[in-house]
Ligand binder design. Structure first.
Ligand code: ATP
Ligand code: MG
Length: 443
């Protein structure tokens, strides 16, 4: 029994009662057949966009892409993307069809869709499934509608969509689809970074991401060329039983499905190949690699057009992933203050994920991490001071103490470090005396 949001059904009903054939299509039908609650709704209709606007005039409508036939109808707050049945012309730029033509035929509309499991339509009379999407759902398989080679060459984003979909549903890729997908990965270069990044982050956070990433390293190297050198890179070190790429994916698998943590896990060792050295006994080392990883990742994340905050959080985790942990109030205070609460706990999570992806269990390190996390939780609950705004003195006090210009920020940061590490109490009198000393030491 398929289950759809009644607000989406209302839109379908409205168009049908005005005499236009209308069906729910795409992800909502696929997910519903898999008993997954749909997260967005697409409808396909024989009505032209202006007819959709007219018939749905008592709903709020947004003209999302009139030329391509799409109107977003807001039904009780739920957006339903209503698109006129359409056929697509040739694709000459690997991005979009040269022209789209409206059609009255549902099957023609389903034929332009990417994968069989996305080309199933639902109407109250029943399901239309001309390309065998339901059989593929049962076989847990992602398969192109029609000739895979042609479908991927039309739209260069489709290979990545295919990987994302397989990772999201834990499906495998049908043989021809998989072979053609591999062939067309280089054409991702024709696609705008914003579209790549949206699919890529969803892929990284999907439940079966590790399997897909291990199977298609060339796709990751196409998006993040910095990763290419990690594939198959033998670490020659007893702590590691995997090559750098496999270790990175295993780390990702151990990290929660959060974009920052998964990106940091994927990229944390990207600086290993360029920092590799062998000692006289033939053991591999990677001195200073976290810094190189952060440098390489900065370029990669900039290319992905991620917002600044996401880039900075990810880069901090990468740069600090090898920071030795000490289970003391002094150490925890220092790093809570330097990193902030959220990144502090994310760093512990990344280090745990990294540790679990190595040859040796590292039980002792895990115990230290747990103690540090517990201490951090206690200190956060105690409302201990580890941010500038918690400090008992501020910029005005530093000015009053006679400090000027950059010396103010520097003095306050030093005080915060000392307070956070428990070396000074967070008391105004004590800190004012320290500021006075600073003034004299500068003079
Ligand atoms: P989800 O919403 O979970 O991302 P979805 O399959 O609904 O999955 P959408 O991006 O919402 O994905 O697209 C809706 C439908 O439009 C798809 O199911 C598919 O039928 C069609 N579609 C989307 N993008 C493409 C594409 N690049 N090529 C062909 N068909 C596509
Ligand atoms: Mg969708």
């Amino acid at each position: 029994m398929l289950c759809f949001d009644s607000r989406a059904l209302q839109v379908v009903e409205r168009l049908r009662s005005a005499g236009f054939r209308t069906a729910l299509v795409g992800g909502c039908v696929r997910d519903s057949l898999l008993s997954i609650p749909p997260h967005d709704y697409d409808a396909a209709t024989a009505a032209r966009p202006e007819q959709v606007l007219e018939v749905c005039s008592d709903f709020r409508c947004v003209e999302t892409g009139l030329k391509h036939g799409t109107v977003t109808v807001l039904s009780g707050g739920l957006p339903v993307e209503v698109t006129t049945f359409r056929k697509e012309g040739d694709y000459t730029d690997h991005r979009r069809p040269d022209k789209v033509t409206f059609t009255g035929d549902l099957t023609e509309d389903l034929a332009r869709r990417d994968f069989t499991i996305n080309a199933i339509a639902w109407e109250p009379e029943g399901v239309a499934d001309p390309f065998g999407g339901q059989v593929d759902l049962e076989r847990r398989m992602v398969r192109c509608v029609g000739n895979a080679d042609r479908r991927f060459s039309e739209d260069a984003l489709r290979p990545l969509r295919g990987l994302r979909l397989a990772a999201q549903l834990d499906f495998s890729l049908e043989e021809d689809t998989s072979a053609a997908l591999r062939q067309h990965i280089p054409e991702l270069r024709y696609v705008a970074w914003e579209r790549i990044t949206a699919e890529f982050l969803r892929l990284l956070c999907a439940p079966a991401a590790p399997q897909i990433l291990l199977e298609f390293p060339e796709a990751i190297s196409q998006i993040l060329p910095e990763m290419a050198a990690t594939v198959g890179f033998d670490q020659r070190n007893p702590h590691h039983c995997y090559d750098v790429y496999t270790h990175s994916i295993k780390t990702l698998a151990n990290a929660p499905p959060d974009p920052v943590l998964r990106l940091a896990a994927l990229l944390h060792d990207v600086g290993k190949p360029p920092s590799f050295t062998l000692d006289e006994s033939g053991v591999g080392h990677f001195y200073g690699h976290p810094k190189i990883s952060a440098m390489l990742s900065e370029k990669a994340l900039g290319r992905l057009r991620l917002d600044k905050a996401t880039q900075e959080r990810t880069l901090t985790l990468i740069a600090r992933h090898d920071l030795p942990v000490e289970p003391t109030r002094r150490w925890v205070g220092r790093w809570l203050s330097r990193l902030g609460e959220e990144i502090f706990f994310d760093l512990m999570t990344l280090k745990r994920a990294d540790g679990l992806a190595c040859a040796l269990p590292g039980g002792e390190r895990e115990q230290i991490r747990r103690q540090a996390e517990e201490l951090a939780r206690v200190m956060v609950a105690e409302e201990a001071c580890f941010t500038m705004k918690d400090l008992a003195v501020n910029g005005r006090d530093a000015l009053a103490a006679g400090l000027r210009g950059p010396a103010i920020g520097q003095a306050l940061r030093e005080l915060l470090d000392q307070v956070a590490q428990g070396e000074l109490p967070n008391e105004r009198d004590v800190l004012m005396t320290q500021l006075d000393h600073q003034k004299w030491s500068l003079d």
